[in-house]
Ligand binder design. Structure first.
Ligand SMILES: O=C(O)CCC(=O)C(=O)O
Ligand SMILES: [Fe+2]
Length: 316
């Protein structure tokens, strides 16, 4: 359960760090499964930290939408509906918290051994994988290898384009500051929500190889301008932490996979929460009350939190 102060902070800032919210034994098993997914002759080796620096070797590179290993990123998606992963991220604790925010009994439930993200390939040739297509569990285990001296271009700050309501990034291994954890731009959810044409959805345009200016996604001019302002005026928060620490974040929050300047691999599990009836209102225009579809508990909660709490959330 989260308390009123935590709910108020989430509402105001669009993210909430929840220390120790995941089971440590299941985190350990998730790490085991991550490493077990590599071929025996891989250059990157679990017990050789010197091999953990990016970019991945040509031999270790794999361009598969369900298990992507390329450059400094490793996204193992085919484990997303394994029982252990579902128990890890759709635990009683985390479902309970998501239900406090979205309403009791309203959440779409995961399916053990169901389809996983990436099963249908990329959204368009060489494009991103849509986290809502086929996914019946978590997005998967997302890793960022440390950089050594040369930082590759970061993925970039963005909002996600698929329909969902709440997302989670949970550390399955210790991650120091500057170690590539999810990075979020506080309060950006409230600034970007009104700039979309649709509340929970994203306007798209077909992608054509010979007309590459539109990459399959359309944003309003207002969105582009507000995003530029957010990036200029807002200090992002690095959600580093210990194994088992979780950050939950609002679907319109600006975020990115952080740059990893540490000497350890950032290992996180990513998962989304949506309501069963999202289909009914995903394309409604932004509402005067952006929390219309959220729980009574959130909508009626008292606003405000202490400075001390804001400090514990790294906001100040
Ligand atoms: O790996 C991360 O921390 C974030 C990834 C992300 O933002 C995405 O896949 O949309
Ligand atoms: Fe994202």
């Amino acid at each position: 359960m989260i308390n009123n102060e935590q709910i108020a902070f989430f509402r105001d800032n669009g993210y909430l760090i929840l220390p120790g919210a995941m089971d440590l034994e299941l985190c350990a098993r998730a790490r085991d499964n991550l490493w077990a997914s590599l071929p025996d002759n891989a250059d990157i080796k679990r017990d050789d930290p010197a091999s953990h620096f990016g970019p991945l070797s040509e031999k270790d590179t794999l361009l598969s939408a369900t298990n992507m290993r390329s450059g400094h990123r490793w996204q193992l998606r085919y484990v997303g509906t394994d029982r252990d992963i579902i128990n890890l991220v759709y635990s009683e604790t985390l479902i309970g918290i998501a239900e406090q925010l979205l309403g009791s009994g309203t959440l779409r439930r995961p399916i053990v051994n169901g389809a996983t993200m990436g099963t249908c390939g990329a959204a368009w040739p060489d494009g991103p994988v849509d986290p809502a297509v086929a996914t019946e569990g978590a997005r998967g285990i997302y890793c960022t290898l440390p950089y050594r001296d040369q930082a590759p271009p970061a993925d970039g700050a963005h909002t996600d384009g698929h329909p969902f309501m709440l997302s989670l990034a949970g550390l399955i291994d210790d991650n120091p500051p500057g170690g590539g954890a999810l990075t979020v731009w506080p309060k950006s959810h409230r600034r970007l929500y009104p700039t979309y044409w649709m509340q929970y959805d994203q306007a798209r345009i077909p992608f054509y190889q010979h007309m590459p200016s539109y990459k399959g996604i359309l944003h309003s001019e207002e969105y582009q301008q507000e995003l530029a302002k957010i990036l200029a005026d807002t200090q992002p928060i690095d959600c580093w932490g210990n194994t088992g620490d979780v950050v939950i974040w609002h679907h319109r929050l600006v975020h990115m996979a952080g740059e990893n300047h540490s000497n350890v691999i950032r290992q996180s599990v990513l998962a989304d929460f949506s309501k069963i009836d999202l289909d009914k209102y995903r394309s409604d225009p932004p509402q005067a009350d952006m929390w219309r579809d959220w729980s009574e508990e959130l909508r009626s909660s008292a606003q405000g939190y202490t400075k001390e709490f804001a400090r514990s959330q790294r906001l100040i």
